[in-house]
Design a protein around this ligand. Structure first.
Ligand code: NAD
Length: 424
């Protein structure tokens, strides 16, 4: 069931509306509001790429930096046909709030290329990535703006960016990106960081509301990076995972699913999906029905706009922990809030990845690398402090966790701007 109200689905309009709301609730200084309402810098680049058959294709790439008030820009690079300046602008703003909320010294940025990467060979993708890196190199840097993987980009893309940027600068510049392979200065614990962060957030939400973790159930929508690692780490904390889904549909067992077996099944399957998975006691269920199952914790970890005006009243979970970015539309969020469903917002729940990206950047700058346990312990500390700051602020101001998260995030950035003053 797709949402009917399409006005609800503009990423930029939603991002600006949630900033406006936080600004109103904080009674934000109008000068600071005006600064934060606009983007600091945006670059659009034209990218001629020689294709394998010798003809030249010209792609369009973007990099947007929302603010640099709390430190260098930080944000992913996505390869997708739907990438536009408007999209990266909205996503850069969201990165500002996410970095501020988990208190890492970065500001928000985002970039991408409008391309269908499935249609390019590996050599074409490498040439595109190198040209894009060259084109945005005047505005990125280890102290100015540090890209990372996002939709359809990965460790390999980050390796090409690192190499290209290092060639341009004539020096080894590993800290130009995060999300590198460990053998090239990446951090251990990066691959599961977002899912672990989701599990830490879910646990904190349950504990703060006096739930006994061993008697709780969870449902996870999406079985990719965030979904699998969330399910695994949530199960490790004692909850029973009763349903999961991916693009092939949902799988439900009220007695609990064997997540490790399901992950192993996906790994060996040709489609890299749960399609065809069967086990004793497991029933098929549609993605729409899965979202409405009775459970304690629902983790939407697939894509945006999954909980919308048409299904918000049917959600039976007591907590929604947003693994994906923007899985709940603003209208649905208001309904959940009204119904007493506690929503742990995306900018907190899925911030584990950006926290470990920060760790990777720190380790690269120090040239000294941490153990897996050190990364895990520090991630726990960052996520728990951020969760409790958000939770306490929401109690103090009698607002939802989403409003609290945005208010705290905006307040910190506003404070930085007020301290720095307006240049010149
Ligand atoms: P992914 O591509 O690894 O996994 C996506 C999963 O969703 C797949 O299992 C896919 O089959 C499933 N899916 C797609 N459409 C579906 C549908 N209609 N119903 C049910 N399942 C569906 O992506 P990911 O990296 O896990 O990212 C998922 C979400 O989390 C995105 O919104 C992303 O922006 C967000 N996110 C990811 C990270 C990260 O570190 N990977 C960090 C922060 C936020």
């Amino acid at each position: 069931m797709m949402p009917k109200n399409t006005n609800e689905n503009s990423l930029l309009a939603n991002a600006q509306a949630s900033f406006d709301k936080a600004a109103r609730m904080l009674n934000l200084d109008p000068n600071i509001y005006a600064i934060l309402r606009s983007n600091e810098r945006a670059l659009t680049v034209s990218l001629p790429v020689e294709m394998d058959d010798g003809h030249v294709e010209v792609f369009t790439g973007y990099r947007a930096q929302h603010t640099t008030a709390r430190g260098p820009g930080k944000g992913g690079i996505r390869y997708h046909l739907a990438v536009t300046q408007e999209e990266v602008t909205a996503l850069a703003q969201l990165m500002t709030w996410k970095c501020s909320l988990v208190n890492v010294p970065f500001s928000g940025a985002k970039g991408g290329v409008s391309v269908d990467p499935r249609k390019l060979s590996e050599n074409e993708l490498r040439r595109l990535t190198r040209r894009y890196t060259y084109a945005i190199s005047p505005i990125i840097g280890p102290n100015t703006d540090i890209p990372a993987p996002d939709m359809n980009t990965d460790e390999k893309t980050m390796t090409w960016i690192t190499d290209t940027y290092s060639m341009i600068k004539g020096e080894s510049s590993g800290e130009i990106v995060t999300g590198k392979p460990v053998s090239l200065g990446g951090s251990v614990g990066r691959v599961n960081a977002t899912g672990l962060g989701v599990a830490i957030a879910a646990k904190q939400a349950l504990l703060r509301n006096d739930y006994d973790l061993d008697n709780c159930t969870a449902v996870v929508q999406g079985f990719g990076n965030v979904g699998t690692w969330s399910a695994r780490h949530i199960a490790d904390r004692g909850l029973k995972i009763i349903a999961v889904s991916d693009i092939s549909g949902g799988y439900y067992n009220p007695k609990g699913l064997n997540i490790e077996k399901m992950i192993a099944y996906v790994k060996q399957s040709e489609s890299r999906a749960l399609e065809g998975y069967s086990a004793s006691g497991v029933d098929s269920i549609s993605n729409d029905d899965l979202l409405c199952l009775p459970c304690d914790v629902l983790v939407p970890a697939a894509m945006e706009n999954q909980i919308h005006l048409d299904n918000a009243n049917e959600i039976q979970a007591k907590f929604v922990v947003e693994g994906a970015n923007g899985p709940t539309t603003p209208g649905a969020d208001a309904i959940l809030n009204e119904r007493g469903v506690i929503v742990v917002p995306d900018i907190l729940a899925n911030a584990g990845g950006v926290v470990v990206s920060y760790f990777e950047w720190v380790q690269g700058r120090e040239g000294f690398y941490w153990t897996a346990d050190e990364v895990k312990d520090r991630l726990h500390r960052f996520m728990e402090v951020a969760f409790n700051d958000m939770y306490d602020f929401s109690l103090k101001r009698r607002v939802s966790l989403r409003d609290s998260a945005m208010m705290l995030a905006v307040q910190r950035v506003a404070e930085a701007i007020a301290l720095r003053g307006v240049f010149p």
